[in-house]
Write a protein that binds this ligand. Structure first.
Ligand code: TEU
Length: 525
């Protein structure tokens, strides 16, 4: 039993509503996940991360939690969740669940009690209720999803919601809030969860002054992002996690573009790992990639935490599409209108990027569907879009539905689906790709297996040479090379373990990566 499995695990993100649908209502469910566990075990991953599956009105796809100790009927029952955890464990898969400290649902019992108890009540102390400024909200803060971050209730007070109005923010200076979350962690750890993914982890601590905020002229401490007080929460959670045997893992969704600030969340008494969004946001550009990789490793080393490598999730444009954009620069979350996309180029780069992710030291996150090479669905009709981002920005930001389209399984072409699946996806179902040695699925399986068999511990050493080529060694004679230039480059010496595309005549074509075993004397001058 490896208690520090999170240091180099390959973790597969299951977005339950879009993974597999067993009851045919068009929405994925726990029974569907249980049926498809062989697909996940066959992929060779070490752990599964489940997006929120709790009772929820689904105002933000389950990130509005009404009851942490119940499963939403849309997905199944608590007994099914317990069975799923047991079955995953039997297949050697760890289970990570999603915990949302920043807010709950407006249908949570606490919020109902706060509304009923009225202004000045202890029930309101668990949230951020304030009188307005005349008919205006208490301050000028904006919701991450667009529009004001305050909503007025019938008695005239306003409550803070940094996301949707259906997601009132919790007040973490309230001892009830601290105690309740620690109890929820114990509830799931007792049920067998091996770790938690911590949602919006930089945001729960607020400046109690709730002063106006001008993003163009920010104060030294942001009023709600990455405040020092937030670390107290995770120290408490670490103590809860460490009381278990083996200790449970804490994994942070820490969106910060300063690697040194991110590293503070990974101190030995806080989280174990955090998602690397700088890497996710980096263009397929050799200098930029090398810079992000170096900055990541440098920031993590002093706190002794492993780096993570992630390219897609349920909030961002799928990376086949991002990497296929002819103009390679993209902003936060990668959403762009009208950019032309070369999907064949994107898929070629995604194959090379997989080999890069899996060759880097640390753990790797995969988002469901990337093993099938799925692209962002960009032509969802407006009336079918469900993401509150789309609705709260009046469509200015199309939102995240395009990366949340249900996976295509064999025989489901004409079955209901909460978002329509492109017909072309049914030529790329898992069972078709299974039998195709050149498929994305085969590459994922092979690469994950070879990584486990051939890649040792230890950090990387860059090989000198063409700056358009990313090449490094790992201890034990493992060599990685990716050609990001426009011309073929010479294949280094050694035994070719794996290539992301055809390698002929001793040449590595553009946008292709290789893994080799053997010393690199010739290249490493
Ligand atoms: O995301 C936090 C977050 O900051 C995102 O809103 C991100 O900025 C945005 O999605 C980029 O497109 C987490 C969850 O991953 C997300 O799905 C939830 O909507 C959000 O928290 C609120 O719980």
């Amino acid at each position: 039993m490896n208690d520090e499995w999170w240091r180099d695990a390959v973790i597969y993100q299951v977005y339950v509503r879009s993974f597999a649908d067993a009851n045919g209502d068009g929405v994925g469910d726990l029974a569907g996940v249980r049926q498809r566990l062989p697909h996940l075990a066959g992929l060779g991953v070490d752990a599964l991360w489940f997006n929120p599956w709790y009772a929820s009105p689904q105002a933000d796809a389950g990130y509005d939690v009404a009851d942490y100790r119940a499963i939403d009927p849309l997905f199944g029952t608590l007994d099914e969740a317990a069975a799923l955890i047991t079955e995953a464990h039997a297949l050697g898969l760890k289970v990570i669940i999603d915990i949302v400290p920043n807010h709950v649902s407006d249908q949570h019992a606490w919020f109902a009690a706060a509304l009923a108890a009225g202004p000045g009540s202890p029930e309101r102390e668990r949230f951020w209720f304030r009188p307005g400024r005349g008919d205006l909200p208490p301050n000028n803060w904006q919701s991450v999803f667009g529009g004001p971050a305050w909503t007025r209730v019938a008695d005239g007070e306003w409550y803070l919601h940094l996301f949707d109005p259906g997601q009132p923010d919790l007040n973490w200076t309230s001892p009830d809030v601290v105690a309740e979350h620690e109890d929820v962690l114990r509830f799931w750890f007792d049920l067998g969860a091996d770790g938690v993914r911590i949602d919006s982890a930089t945001m729960p601590a607020k400046d109690p002054a709730l002063a106006d905020f001008d993003p163009a002229d920010p104060p030294p401490a942001h009023p709600y992002v990455d405040r020092d007080a937030v670390h107290d929460i995770y120290r408490g959670w670490r103590a809860v996690a460490d009381a278990y045997s083996p200790p449970r893992a804490l994994i942070g969704e820490v969106w910060l573009d300063q690697p040194d600030r991110l590293a503070l969340y990974l101190r030995p008494d806080e989280m174990h790992t955090a998602f690397n969004f700088d890497y996710l946001n980096c263009a397929w550009e050799p200098k930029a990639l090398r810079h992000v990789i170096d900055a990541t490793l440098a920031a993590h080393a002093p706190v002794g935490a492993p780096a993570t490598w992630v390219l897609s999730n349920h909030d961002v444009t799928r990376h086949v599409t991002r990497y296929g954009r002819v103009n390679t620069s993209f902003s936060h979350a990668g959403r762009q209108h009208g950019a032309s996309v070369d999907l064949a180029l994107g898929a070629r780069r995604a194959r090379a990027a997989l080999l890069l992710n899996l060759a880097l030291p640390g753990s790797v996150y995969l988002y469901q569907g990337e093993e099938l090479g799925l692209e962002e669905v960009e032509d969802i009709p407006d009336e079918l879009r469900q993401d509150p981002i789309f609705h709260r920005t009046g469509g200015l930001d199309v939102g995240r539905d395009g990366c949340r389209v249900p996976l295509p399984w064999a025989g489901e072409q004409d079955t209901p689906s909460w978002l329509p699946r492109p017909a072309s996806w049914f030529r790329r179902t898992p069972d078709l790709q299974d039998r195709d040695p050149g498929s994305m699925l085969t590459l994922y399986r092979t690469a994950i297996r070879l990584r486990r068999e051939r890649l040792g511990a230890g950090t990387l050493a860059w090989l000198p040479g063409d700056p358009e080529v990313l090449a490094f060694t790992r201890p034990g004679g493992f060599t990685f090379l990716a050609n990001l230039s426009a011309e073929p480059v010479t294949l280094p010496a050694g035994e070719l373990l794996l290539a992301s595309g055809p390698v002929e005549g001793g040449l590595v074509p553009p946008d292709t990566a290789v893994w080799l075993l053997g010393r690199q004397q010739a290249t490493a001058a």
